[in-house]
Every structure is written in structure tokens, then in C-alpha cells.
Design a protein around this ligand. Structure first.
Ligand code: SAH
Length: 492
């Protein structure tokens, strides 16, 4: 399992506890501001305090303890304290507070000293009651604050107003629609509709009418969403795919869908792996159809997530037909197919004015008797690119047949393993020697073959590349494992 940061942002309920802030300067004041108005009892303890802290005391919002720090005095606080901040400018005092707090098992934050703290305060965006906490786990507070600014700019200022409306309607809606999933669908439709603006604007009357209309039109049957997950890198998901991934009740996915993509599916959606590795189909196609329709019929919004594009060698067509026959609505969202993804990330154009006027996508998947059902004379031609899916196992046969039907044995070919992923590998060669090279490199599925002179237009760098930057002085540079998809040939 991946090692994660030990920090988990939690929403701490404050109206049942007392908070102690030790220190009276600006730092203490900033912490105090986080707690005012949240229903907790606040103690501030310092030799002398900022005028604003004094004002909070005068207004009856906090209790104030003016005096020097002493260990004995600190002990007296502990039984009643639920959270403690050390914001003094004396290191030895902060250290002592931290030790005591750990000893009493009271969560403690020593300002600007994560090593002495059992919690840290995240940057946060406040649209009360909606709040967004952002933490980099102490790695870079600047980054967290920068993200905060971006999120601040994205969120409507009066989001809290809409949240309050929704909160007020919860029990009414629960009575109308006891089924929890259906209630969620209604809320999601409401948030996505134009009427959400009414709630934002505080026009609760109009917003309520819209909500009632949604309740009355509530769909009894679910749907299936056939969605392309792209070739692996999560940045290559479409916006539509991402939205549906966030709204699904359940997801049926196969082995081509990367973990990185799967991570973006709504966390509570039920996950069903339906396999489909070569020669070990975990769930026969028929059963996948049955499972999809069974779930849709009981009202679920089922995400059928498929590697690449659902309509390219993905049996998406069959799934759509089977579902439509049963009267189930299907939505199809295209994905970046392996050909496009691998071409872009390996730096191989699929067509080129000089050498490839057309491009054929074909499958190397063999029939039950092991033979390939392909029309070789139309494939073994110059002036075109062949992109071969599922061509790794029959690679040798494919190359032999292409040579036998007229292509030169020196004809270029590239094999891309796990294209667009951080561990992508590219092997290039010729029809006569590629099988040996692929074996030597121990290339595994999923791998895509690109055959044709376009391969010669590939930026000539090392064999393991994920991304290219614009040529400086006529050379291409590579960078391995891009975190964000930037595409090829970006000005670097
Ligand atoms: N619907 C998918 C293709 C499914 S067939 C699409 O549109 O991409 C499965 C084959 O696709 C694999 O055997 C392999 O040839 C190819 N493939 C899919 N993802 C790939 C990737 N990231 N890198 C290389 N090949 C890939």
C-alpha cells in the first residue's frame, strides 16, 4: 500500500469543548479568529495581549488569564481543555506545552512547529456552513495558500446561502423520498440545474418550486453510462467523463482502467471489477450485460468505465445494444483511444503529409483457432499507418504476414507499453527485428503497435520517454513521469 501523509483533514466539532490559546500577540490573535463564533469556550493566557484580544474579552467572547506562564498553572487547565495552541515566542515554553499536551493526550498545535504539534491548521476556504480545508501536510504552506486563492476565486461567494437552503429541506425531502440514493440523485440534479442559482441568490421560494418539480419527475429507472477512461493518464479524461464519474452509484471497470483514473470516481460508488485480461476473462460479456441491466433496473446510475474509447475495440457497441434491447437508457462518452494517447506521448504522429495519408486501427486479437482475421493485401501497403491493438501476442505472425504481403523487412514499427502512464516504455525497430527487441525488453500488455514511416518522425531520444519539450538547438528533450499531462512538443 502507498504510504500517505499522516495528516487527515477532519471536521472537528468545537461547540462541546474548551480551547486554550497560550500567547497574546498577532499569531495568537490569528488562531483566536478561527475559533470565535463556533460555540466553544475559549481561554487566552498571556502576559499581555493584543488590543483585539482584549476587545474579545470585553465583549464577553473569551476568558482571559493575564500572567506569566507557569507549569503548575498549565496543569490546572488540562482536565477541561479539548484543544491547545502554543503561540508564545519562547521556544522552551512552547516545547513544554507540547510535552504536557502529549502527556495528557490533548491535541496540540505549536504554531510554525509541526514537529511539536499533533495537529496543524489547514488553509481553508470559508462559505459557512461550507468549508474547504487544504493541507499539504506541512510540505508547502505556500502551495496550500495558493490553492486556497484559486478555490476562493472559483466558488460563488454566497455558496453558504445555498447550503443553508439545502439543509432546511433535508427532512422534508427525506419524508418525500425515503430512498437514500434517489434523494442523492435529486440533490445532484438540483445542484446541476439553473435553479441552484435561485438558492445561491437566496430566493428560497423559487428554489423550493424547482426542488418539488424534481421530486415529482423523479425517474424510476436508472441508466448506464458507457464512459471512455482514456489510455491511463488521468489528465486525459474528458470533462464529461469526470462529471459522470463523480455522480455514479456504481462502477464496473476492467483492467485497462488505471488506478489513477479510478481514484477520481466518487468515493462511495460501489466498485465492481469485471476483469478482461487476455485469456482470463473474469466475467463473461453476457454476465457484464446482465449485471449492468440488473443494476440500472433497480434505479442505479451505473458507470461502465472502459479503457480508451468505449467504441474502439472495447465491445461498447455490444453493451449498448444489449441494454437498449432491455429498454435501458444509455449515455456514451468518448475517451482518448490508445492510438491517440500512445501517439502523442511517444511523439509519433499517426498521419504525416510525407508518408502516411491514412491510418488504420486494427485488432491483432486472434480467432479461437489462433488465426488472424485480417485482409493482408490492404494492410501491407506503403503510404499508411497501421495502429494495432492487442497485437503483442501475435507480433511475430503480424510482422511475418506484412513482409510476406509486400512490406520491406526493414519497415519501421514501434511498440508502446502502458502508453501515457508514468512507466510507459517505447521500443522501436523494424518488422524483421521488433519481436526479438520486444522479447529482450520484456514488454508486457497493454501494448500498442504503430507500423509505418511515421515512426521515423518520432523525436529521437532514449527508449523510455513520456513527454517531449520543444527542440532547443534542434534537439528534443525528454522528461519522465509527468504529473500533469502537457502533451508533446510544448515550449519548454
Ligand atoms: N477501448 C480501448 C482499446 C481496448 S482493446 C481504446 O480505445 O484504447 C485493448 C488494447 O488496447 C490493448 O491490448 C492494447 O493494445 C491497447 N491499449 C489500451 N491502453 C493502452 C495503453 N495505455 N498503452 C498501450 N496500449 C494500450
Amino acid at each position: 500500500m502507498k504510504t500517505l501523509s499522516p495528516y487527515l483533514p477532519l471536521a472537528f466539532r468545537l461547540d462541546t469543548i474548551s480551547v486554550l490559546i497560550i500567547g497574546g500577540g498577532v499569531v495568537a490573535l490569528n488562531k483566536l479568529r478561527l475559533f470565535l463564533g463556533r460555540g466553544c469556550i475559549i481561554h487566552v493566557w498571556a502576559k499581555d495581549v493584543h488590543s483585539e484580544i482584549k476587545k474579545a474579552y470585553d465583549d464577553g467572547k473569551i476568558s482571559l488569564h493575564i500572567g506569566p506562564f507557569s507549569e503548575k498553572e498549565l496543569d490546572r487547565f488540562f482536565p477541561d481543555i479539548g484543544l491547545i495552541f502554543a503561540a508564545t515566542d519562547k521556544e522552551e515554553i512552547n516545547l513544554l506545552i507540547s510535552e504536557k499536551a502529549f502527556q495528557y493526550r490533548v491535541p496540540v498545535c505549536v504554531v510554525d512547529n509541526p514537529a511539536l504539534s499533533s495537529f496543524i491548521t489547514p488553509a481553508f476556504v470559508n462559505r459557512d456552513p461550507v468549508q474547504i480545508a487544504i493541507t499539504s501536510g506541512g510540505a508547502s504552506p505556500v502551495l496550500a495558500r495558493r490553492l486556497r486563492q484559486k478555490i476562493e476565486a472559483e466558488l460563488p461567494t454566497n455558496l453558504g446561502q445555498a447550503a443553508q437552503f439545502m439543509q432546511a429541506q433535508r427532512s422534508w425531502l427525506k419524508e418525500k423520498i425515503p430512498h437514500i440514493e434517489k434523494r442523492r440523485h435529486i440533490w445532484e440534479s438540483f445542484i446541476d440545474s439553473a435553479h441552484f442559482e435561485d438558492a445561491l441568490a437566496g430566493d428560497y421560494c423559487k428554489a423550493k418550486h424547482a426542488l418539488e418539480a424534481l421530486v415529482n419527475n423523479e425517474e424510476k429507472q436508472g441508466e448506464v453510462w458507457l464512459v471512455g477512461a482514456g489510455p491511463g493518464h488521468a489528465d486525459l479524461l474528458t470533462l464529461a467523463a469526470l462529471r459522470l464519474m463523480q455522480n455514479a452509484d456504481s462502477v464496473l471497470y476492467d483492467n485497462l482502467v488505471s488506478d489513477e483514473v479510478l481514484d477520481r470516481v466518487r468515493r462511495d460508488a460501489e466498485r465492481v471489477y469485471v476483469g478482461k485480461e487476455r485469456s482470463k476473462h473474469s466475467l463473461p460479456q453476457e454476465d457484464i450485460h446482465k449485471e449492468l441491466s440488473r443494476r440500472a433496473k433497480r434505479g442505479e446510475r451505473v458507470l461502465r468505465l472502459k479503457g480508451g474509447d468505449p467504441f474502439i475495440f472495447g465491445r461498447g457497441g455490444e453493451e449498448m445494444e444489449a441494454l437498449l434491447k432491455e429498454g435501458i437508457s444509455v449515455r456514451v462518452v468518448p475517451g482518448v483511444t490508445a492510438a491517440n494517447g500512445c501517439g502523442a506521448s511517444a511523439g509519433i504522429p499517426l498521419t504525416h503529409r510525407d508518408c502516411a495519408q491514412s491510418c488504420i486501427f486494427l485488432t491483432g486479437h486472434a480467432r479461437a483457432d489462433g488465426s488472424l482475421n485480417l485482409y493482408w493485401p490492404s494492410l501491407a501497403r506503403k503510404g499508411q499507418t497501421l495502429v494495432i491493438y492487442m497485437g503483442l501476442a501475435p507480433l511475430e505472425t503480424l510482422c511475418d504476414q506484412l513482409i510476406k504481403h509486400g512490406l520491406p523487412a526493414t519497415w519501421p514499427i514501434a511498440v508502446i507499453e502502458k502508453g501515457t502512464c508514468s512507466d510507459e516504455r517505447v521500443v522501436t525497430g523494424q518488422l524483421r527485428n521488433i519481436a526479438a527487441k520486444v522479447q529482450a525488453e520484456n514488454i508486457k500488455s497493454p501494448a500498442l503497435l504503430i507500423v509505418g514511416e511515421v515512426v521515423l518522425h518520432r523525436a529521437k531520444t532514449n527508449m523510455i520517454t513520456s513527454q517531449f519539450f520543444a527542440p532547443k538547438e534542434g534537439r528534443y528533450e525528454t522528461s519522465v513521469s509527468p504529473r500533469a499531462w502537457r502533451g508533446s512538443f510544448i515550449n519548454g
